[in-house]
Write a protein that binds this ligand. Sequence first.
Ligand code: DOR
Ligand code: ZN
Length: 415
Amino acid sequence: MTRPELVIKGRVLMGNEAQTICIGIVDGKITVMGKDLDGDEFLDYSKYLIMPGGIDIHTHMRDPGFTDKEDFNTGTMAAAFGGTTTILDMPNTKPMVTTTQQLKDKLDIIEKKANVDYGLYASLTPDSNIKELKELAVGFKLFMAETTSAIPISEDEIRDVLVDPELDGQVVSVHAESPERFRDIEVTDLTTHDDSRPASAEVVAVDTITQMKTSAIMHFAHLTDLMSFEKAFGYSNEITPHHMLLSTSNVHGTKGKVNPPLRNIREQASLFTAFVKAQVGIVASDHAPHTVGEKILPFGEAPSGLPGVETRLPMMLALVQSEQVSLGLVQATCCHNPAKLFSLPKGQIDVGFDADLSIFDMNKTTKIEGDKLHSKCGWTPFEGYNAIFPEHVFLGGEEIISDGELVRKGKGKKI
Ligand code: DOR
Ligand code: ZN
């Protein structure tokens, strides 16, 4: 067997228990694991927790077209600082990614800016050339309702496009809100925003999609209501940290304006309980940065969306440290299940998997401060929340974050 180029020793979750173990790495892959290993280079992090690098399957990195909000360099830097080594980027950039040429152009633009591994979604429209797009895209995004820079397609169009056999085995991430259920009321705060796009619009949308015929793998993004999770039973589902931790009453103004909206505190608490009880498959950030200048507009005019790629995993680990959730659950929802959905050789510390590793000192809980984060937008809805940020991050066996510094830039590859 090839001698490891690098051995990293630390505490790794094995079954239900963290054990001190050595991880041997050759050519960016984990090739051997054991109690004691020898390698060309040896890093002893015995006191630290080693996690698989996080995988965030729902981000909006804004490049190209909206680079005043974020670009692929700053967005993926923020991911790296939060221990996330793979991000999947949504297609509502400018131009919207609907054609193969637009996808190719976007890939060219971002290629050298990526600090973590990445995949791009293409938007699913009635005219999509699915056969071509699926060669380059990681999956498809389906918008059922209007939201920031996104063009929704109608129910009839969705029904027609989903039966295309070219979608067989492809992941389709659904923004499930039925616009017919929206209420035309004046929106002045988080509660009226919630009332205008009520949870029932989501429940109906999920129900509608589950009754359609398709051989695609349907994934329901950012669900906000327990009934939606029930309706989506048997399908892949996702929750965001903001929907399970923030409500219309514990965050104020446009910082909490997002689609689907934050719900009231009772519904938010029930979502958190569902997460703790392992009824949720994937935690994704829906990182959707907007500038401070845009967010200080009057409520009705301010864009929807909030940043979260850097805080997702660190906040989940703070919940582990305060014994509110188990480490196994966080690893499953932030690393393993996302990798499984997209058949990636990632999200698990085991022989044959990519050596994407995030290393945490679990005794170092800090408070989130927006101006210390790395997204270009410079603010967070989670100001003051507890988090544990990584000390070291490895991408394909190479250290990219070391003691709070990005030490290698542009190492991200298309998955
Ligand atoms: O609030 C949202 N913002 N919801 C979306 O679906 C899109 C996102 C954005 O891109 O800003
Ligand atoms: Zn989104």
